[in-house]
Design a protein around this ligand. Structure first.
Ligand code: IVH
Length: 714
């Protein structure tokens, strides 16, 4: 084969550059050159599928999503570790080892306990065969696809033994974690509570591309199964890791007495906040493998190791004020403004108080002396109040009162929907929410405005060209063309290109999609685009089935009846169902639209903000129409074949799953991700393997596309 050599050469070369870049921090080539080699390899691999290798560097960016993780047995059980909470307990642990080994002086090591997710890497014949999570200790999830995207894990080892199992921790470095959370916050997504959650959450993703986009890293800390390498102690193992350039945990203290152990634990405590990742303890281990065998295991943990847990550092400080932040989705978050204190390695001057309920639970008041710590050693939090230090006559804090029931950013109305803990600003035009609402409004599932992503939305808001979504319809071609964007980042990250303009071409495209949105985009997408709380895509779709155009929604009898349903005629709970309501039953409203959504919709239309929006739409002459209007009983019966039926889709079908989902939903059905006995049908395409087996075991009928079509026709 002509390309064998070139493919092999490119794989080696790209692996070498990965190593230089991610581990040695000494890149030899520019990003552009790397990309060129990468694309060449990608092209050759595509043209020569017989040369497929799961450990090719092209898999670092992630391939196709999985349906579910397969489970696999561990070669050796992955045990837990006993915790030690005091110096006294360290002493007892040390004495137990002395006794078991019948030795005065023992060789031990002390090293950081990394706060991440345990992972086992199996290398066979020098290439990464698979990777498992700990699972229940005997079986774990096969997360190979995800692990292959972690850049500092080598996928191939040179001159490796037949079998090598490397155990270690996958974690998110502190810097990458902070960056990820900032990005998520700015995108209006939930942030992760700590790096460990971010790591665990990321590794659970079935889509390796998601994992590839997150800054995960690995450090080895233990040997599992092993064939073909002779190792007498952990030091030999460390040398082997270094030899294979597998990154390992450090620093390590070599100790022999109780005093030395305790000193190492203290030294590590002073250092651990500078390691760049979360640590929650110090692991103490016997150095020699023979001695480990002698002391052995209990059923859950080895006797030759233990983890000293550091108590989180706590400090007292003064709570000077409570300010309220308006998030980009309108959530109002109380923030403690603190007299700065040094805690766990950094100075803390602010901490989130989460919400009013949390403030009441801890009874936090302005002027209190509070105890702060860093949750997960990263995020500052107020643990409790020192009640004895509270000044006399300190009033309790009540968020809405403090704000006079007005949003601090726009003076708009705030509300706390039933069942929610957060107060939020409900003004669709609130400037604090402008970027989020404009970005959502222009998203693909909303009005699909070409060229209007987040960075452009930021600029439009910054330059005051738009402060709410509907302002977009007043933009001129000229305004848009001359909009200044931030300089583009060049691929080598070194050269700075000139400032950029949005330009005539993109301005034209955007104006055209605005015209299209005005005239063609159906009611359901408009309703979704408006970002009304609780009105997601499916609820919007059902609303548009029941209403011909937007202008009739504020007066809708259906919405009013639905919103009143929970109190309807003081009926017993079991009767308070849509099906029993004299006016609602004829519409056969599906589960995607319920009383809560209707209440939110009504609140919106009744609010000042909602009225302004309707007024603006009238002025603009915009009145979106339904494209699935079918409220009459006959139409309902004919068109709603699958009402109350839940489908699960698996395997490869002749069109994207999204389309089948829509087809089922348009006929009243629901699509869910997992099979249960409540599933009506499994729609299965090519390769629907594991789900098909599950469906069969539960007696859920499996149908194919053709059968689905026939059902729809009949
Ligand atoms: S060695 C099983 N060393 O702690 C006994 N474990 O091990 C040997 N962990 O979830 C454990 N950092 O993934 C060891 N430096 C370290 C560690 C470490 C974190 C995790 C490990 C497992 C738990 C118990």
């Amino acid at each position: 084969m002509l390309f064998d050599n070139r493919i092999a050469e490119l794989r080696i070369e790209l692996n070498r550059h990965n190593q230089l870049y991610y581990q040695d921090a000494q890149p030899e080539v520019s990003d552009a050159e790397y990309d060129r080699l990468f694309r060449e390899l990608e092209g050759l691999e595509k043209a020569n599928p017989e040369l497929y290798d799961p450990n090719s560097p092209t898999h670092r960016v992630g391939g196709a999503p999985l349906e579910a993780f397969e489970q696999r047995a561990h070669l050796l059980p992955m045990l837990s570790i006993d915790d030690l909470f005091s110096e006294e307990e360290v002493n007892e642990f040390f004495k137990r080892l002395q006794k078991a080994l019948n030795l005065e002086k023992i060789s031990l090591t002390v090293e950081p306990k990394i706060d991440g997710v345990a992972c086992s890497l199996i290398y066979r014949g020098g290439s990464l065969d698979y990777a498992l999570t700990r699972g229940d200790g005997n079986r774990g999830d096969d997360i190979s696809q995800n692990v292959r995207t972690i850049r500092n894990i080598p996928l191939n080892l040179k001159n490796a033994p037949p079998l090598l199992e490397v155990r270690g921790e996958i974690f998110m470095p502190s810097e990458g974690f902070a960056k990820l959370n900032t990005q998520r916050d700015e995108a209006g997504l939930d942030t992760f509570a700590n790096p460990r959650n971010a790591t665990a959450g990321t590794l659970k993703s079935l889509d390796p591309k998601v994992v590839a986009s997150r800054p995960l890293a690995f450090l080895a800390h233990g040997l599992g199964a092993n064939e073909g390498s002779d190792m007498a102690n952990e030091d030999d193992f460390r040398k082997l890791l270094d030899n294979f350039q597998i990154p390992r945990n450090s620093p390590v203290w070599y100790v022999h007495t109780l005093d030395e152990i305790l000193t190492a634990i203290r030294e590590l405590d002073n250092k651990r906040h500078d390691l760049g990742h979360g640590t929650d303890g110090a692991v103490i281990k016997l150095l020699n493998f023979k001695e480990r065998e002698t002391v052995g295991f209990t059923s859950r943990a080895p006797r030759w190791a233990a983890a000293f847990k550091y108590p989180p550092e706590q400090k007292e400080t003064l709570l000077k004020d409570i300010t309220i932040q308006v998030g980009r989705t309108g959530v109002l978050t109380p923030v403690a403004e603190l007299e700065p204190v040094f805690v766990s390695g950094t100075t803390v001057s602010r901490a989130t108080l989460h919400n009013q309920e949390e403030i009441e639970r801890k009874d936090v008041r302005i002027g209190d002396t509070v105890i702060v710590e860093k949750a997960g050693e990263i995020i500052p939090s107020v643990v409790s109040v020192v009640a004895t230090k509270r000044p006399e006559n300190t009033p309790p804090f009540h968020l809405p009162t403090a704000l006079n029931y007005k949003c601090p950013s726009c003076d708009g109305p705030i509300e706390k929907p039933d069942g929610f803990v957060a107060w939020r600003c409900v003004n669709f035009e609130c400037p604090a929410q402008a970027v989020t609402s404009i970005t959502h409004f222009s998203g693909r599932k909303a009005l699909d405005l070409d060229g209007l992503g987040e960075s452009v939305a930021i600029k439009l808001v910054e330059t005051k060209l738009a402060s709410s979504p509907l302002d977009l319809f007043s933009l001129s071609l000229n305004d848009l063309a001359n909009l200044h964007l931030d300089p583009a980042k060049s691929s080598d990250g070194l050269t700075q290109s000139k400032e950029r303009r949005f330009g005539e071409k993109r301005a034209n495209t955007l104006i055209n999609s605005l015209i299209k949105a005005r005239e063609e985009i159906p009611l359901s997408r408009w309703l979704f685009a408006m970002g009304i709380s609780q009105i997601g895509e499916s609820a919007a779709r059902e609303l548009s089935r029941l209403h011909e155009k937007l202008s009739i929604l504020p007066e809708s009898r259906i919405v009013a009846d639905l919103a009143d349903l929970p109190n309807f005629a003081e009926l017993s709970k079991s009767k308070r169902k849509k099906e029993n309501h004299p006016r609602l039953q004829q519409y056969q409203i599906d589960d995607n639209l319920g009383p809560v959504a209707a209440q939110h919709l009504r609140t919106f239309f009744r609010s000042e903000a909602g009225k302004t929006v309707l007024e603006k739409l009238r002025e603009l002459g915009i009145n979106p129409k339904s494209d699935n209007f079918a409220p009459t009983p006959t139409a309902v019966k004919e068109g709603r074949l699958f009402t109350g039926k839940t489908f699960v889709i698996t395997g490869t079908l002749s069109a994207p799953r999204q389309e089948f989902k829509k087809l089922i939903e348009d006929n009243g059905g629901k699509v869910s991700g997992s099979i249960s006995s409540k599933t009506e049908f499994l729609l299965s395409g090519e390769g629907g393997g594991s789900k098909q087996a599950k469906a069969e075991s539960l007696g859920v009928p499996v149908i194919d596309e053709i059968t689905l079509n026939e059902m729809l026709k009949s």
